[in-house]
Design a protein around this ligand. Structure first.
Ligand code: 3HC
Ligand code: NAI
Length: 703
């Protein structure tokens, strides 16, 4: 028997334990082992029932994602046919599910006639997150088990549900009393099934999966949900597969599912989402830092400044059950901050996302103070005061006096030099940047800014605590704007310049949202605040001193008090949540173009797309070359999770590789030549891009 399978015969039962670390991904070797073990049990007359379980507890995270897009994903024995065979064995199969049963792992369980899970189990069909659909019977067997509507909701959300919800839905027959008792209770279940001569496969709970639903259910479902799918392929394929489950017999439905799965697997979108999956895991690795480096213990946190960011940051820790002291400079500001936090929680209650008593338990974890002495036991302090170097340096000088040795001192600056802040204290190795995104309690991205003195264990500890509070940490070096905002600058520059040359804000935004970005540049600036953007730009004027033309539009809007949504006027006019184009902004663009002697012309969508994206990509490549970003995947994660770049395009770096690096370089050179002095000044291809193209490389990497 394969070493990936533990096979045990026990008084009428065959116990088949899957043992492929870390998550029992069903690669070709595990599939082969499982298939052989099941055949052995099926053929052994002493075996009356078969239990499949995770040898180390965890059941299975599904197919091996690394096999997709290679010949190995359907190498024999492939998962769909293995599961058809398992479902045809004439003895009851019981899946004993520990920790996780996801994707193909859950499909394996669905092919078994009976399922018992431990109380902490999480189950789901998470394929959609990889641009796939369940391809080993999930879209056919699940609707027959829980009905088409519940199955669709589970498959399309890609969400994991807990054991109790899985039992209520009908996915689990039983939940064990504890994780430790799972296997014992699976045995007891098996003996009960043997005693009552239960069939190998019980009757389907929903032989007609669409029973009780209106005839046009799927048509209406599509009409309701399609706008949110944008150009994603996988949700549409899921719908076709579930439709097949409603219309076709199982064997035909399985064939249809397989064809749809293969279409999804070979799509660019799935390739991009698989890249994102592995990039997220890679982001946790710090080159040169051992995985087993001892971490500093973080049990108490403090946040300085209870404004927009400080309040949101405090909520992140309270939400994770970690006590947090929130320090302000005066009582009024503190009260305002605490009230804002409570209001935020209460609005979550109104939206049904939080229970009223959870508001109190979270507020109890946030301790407002005006006294630095209360920070003496904090393990991690995050400063979120005004964006002024002197103010932050003053705060750090105080922190140095009051904080215990070994406390991590973090700054949430969005643009200032983390090394200049660290230099104010005698322990710069304890200083790190933690750049949260607004709203801090909701946004998943956290840029962890590594100063030149930041100690490796400080970095590793902050990555760990970031994950504990549900964030996706990405490491950045020190530079103006770090990874995200530094790339935003050339991207937004092009957008502004295009409006001076003749495009409208709405046209630019539409081109970008047509690519499935969550928002165009101008909607984003109106949301974040034209004033905020102005102040950041103002503190870095030297960088654009030789050509400020493109900044004029934002500067003038700022001078007019048009700060965006908060003032009801920015690049657009706002009435409540509705926005309208504004002729005044176009007139302003015309006047500025005249003053700056920029000739205006109709601009086509393709030019907008290329100029904005090529500049974004070019800056990303430059950041990699400078070592500010460690990996292209990190850059992609920042733009997907911080700026709404579509995950199914894989992020700007992956997108560039798909376009072809030669295409990007040729585009930059074309605009450099076409746009006169402006082109010469700004369309400078990153030297790394030129080297990559010259060497015929297809992937963006430092060399
Ligand atoms: N295939 C290959 N590797 C996988 C994997 C999978 N399905 N699931 C996890 N891994 C790897 C990770 O890459 C990571 O490897 P690393 O240590 O070398 O970086 C390791 O397992 C541990 O994973 P995490 O760091 O994510 O550990 P967590 O404990 O945080 O999470 C998990 C565990 C919940 C299982 C999470 O990894 C997960 O969600 N995995 C993906 C599950 C999934 O999407 N399954 C569907 C696969 S597609 C499918 O089954 C198709 C079928 O329908 C035909
Ligand atoms: P804010 O103006 O809303 O809040 C700042 C708070 O700090 C105020 O409540 C103020 O009273 C308090 N404060 C000022 N000096 C203090 C001191 N010496 N001691 C104690 N408290 C003090 O500002 P916001 O937007 O929360 O920004 C804070 C920091 O976060 C800035 O560095 C900013 O660049 C950064 N940031 C802001 C983002 C945003 O979108 N607003 C996004 C990411 C980072």
């Amino acid at each position: 028997m394969s070493e990936l399978i533990h096979y045990r015969l026990e008084e009428g039962l065959a116990l088949i334990g899957l043992d492929r670390v870390p998550v029992n991904a069903l690669d070709q070797s595990l599939r082969a082992g499982l298939s052989n073990a099941c055949e052995r049990a099926a053929a052994d007359p002493r075996v009356q029932a078969i239990i499949i379980h995770g040898a180390r507890g965890l059941f299975s995270a599904g197919s091996d994602i690394g096999e997709f897009g290679t010949g190995a994903s359907f190498a024999e024995p492939d998962l769909p046919r293995t599961l058809v065979r398992l479902a045809g064995i004439h003895k009851p199969l019981i899946a004993a599910l520990g920790k996780v049963a996801l994707g193909g792992g859950l499909e394996l369980a669905l092919a078994c006639g009976y399922r018992i899970g431990e109380p902490n189990l999480r189950v789901g069909l998470s394929e959609i997150n990889l641009g796939l659909l369940p391809g080993a019977g999930g879209t056919q067997r699940l609707p027959r088990l829980i009905g088409a509507e519940s199955a669709l909701n589970l498959i399309l959300s890609g969400k994991q549900i807990d054991a109790e919800n899985a039992r209520l839905l009908g996915i689990l027959d039983r939940v064990s009393t504890s994780p430790e008792r799972l296997l014992d209770e699976a045995r007891e279940y098996a003996y009960e099934l043997i005693a009552c001569r239960a069939p190998a496969q019980p009757a389907e709970a929903w032989p007609e999966p669409a029973d009780g639903l209106p005839d046009d259910f799927l048509v209406r479902y599509r009409a309701e949900h399609e706008p949110s799918w944008k150009s994603r392929l996988a949700p549409r394929l899921v719908l076709s597969a579930v439709e097949a489950a409603c219309l076709l017999p199982l064997d035909e439905g399985l064939l249809k599912e397989l064809a749809l799965f293969k279409q999804a697997e070979s799509s660019r979108q799935s390739k991009a989402l698989r890249h994102v999956f592995f990039a997220e895991r890679e982001a946790a690795r710090i080159p040169g830092v051992r995985d087993d480096l001892p971490l500093r213990s973080i049990t108490r946190v403090a946040v300085i400044g209870a404004g927009t960011m400080g309040g949101g940051i405090a909520m992140c820790f309270a939400n994770a059950g970690i006590p947090v002291a929130l320090l302000e400079r005066d009582g009024k500001a503190l009260d305002r901050g605490l009230t804002m936090i409570r209001d935020n929680y209460e609005s979550s209650v109104r939206r049904g996302r939080l229970l009223p008593d959870q508001v109190e338990s979270r507020m109890d974890l946030i301790f407002g103070t005006l006294d630095y002495a209360d920070l003496s036991d904090a393990d991690l302090v995050i400063e979120a005061v005004f964006e002024k170097l002197e103010v932050k340096q003053q705060v750090f000088l105080t922190l140095e006096k009051v904080c215990k040795p070994g406390a991590i001192l973090a700054t949430n600056t969005s643009s200032l030099d983390v090394d200049a802040i660290a230099a104010t204290v005698a322990r710069p190795h304890d200083v790190v940047g933690l750049h949260f995104f607004s709203p801090a309690n909701a946004m998943r991205l956290l840029e962890v800014v590594r100063g030149k003195a930041t100690a490796p264990d400080v970095l590793a500890t902050t990555l760990d605590i970031a994950r504990r509070i549900g964030k996706l940490p990405v490491i950045s070096g020190v530079c103006f704007g770090f990874i995200g905002n530094r790339m935003l600058e050339p991207y937004a520059r092009e957008a502004h310049r295009l409006v001076l040359e003749g495009a409208t804000p709405a046209q630019v935004d539409r081109v970008l949202t047509d690519l499935d970005l969550n928002m165009g540049v101008f909607s984003m600036l109106d949301l974040a605040g034209i004033d905020v953007n102005f102040l950041v730009r103002d503190s870095n004027r030297t960088a654009s001193a030789h050509d400020e033309s493109y900044c004029r539009l934002g500067d003038e809007l700022y001078a007019m008090g048009r700060y965006g949504q908060k003032t009801g006027r920015g690049f657009y006019l706002y009435e409540g949540r509705n926005r309208r184009d504004d002729a005044e902004v176009i007139a302003l663009a015309e006047r500025l173009a005249d003053e700056l002697q920029i000739s205006r012309r109709p601009i086509d969508d393709q030019e907008i797309l290329e100029r904005c994206l090529f500049m974004l990509i070019n800056e990303g490549i430059q950041l990699l070359d400078e070592g500010i970003a460690l990996r292209t995947g990190d850059i992609d994660l920042v733009w997907i999770n911080g700026y709404g770049f579509p995950a199914h395009l894989g992020g700007p770096m992956h997108y560039a590789e798909q376009l072809g690096l030669g295409t990007v370089l040729a585009g930059l050179q074309r605009y450099r030549n076409a746009l006169g002095k402006y082109g010469e000044m700004w369309f400078k291809p990153a030297p790394l891009l030129e080297r990559l193209v010259a060497a015929g490389r297809k992937r963006i990497e430092r060399f």
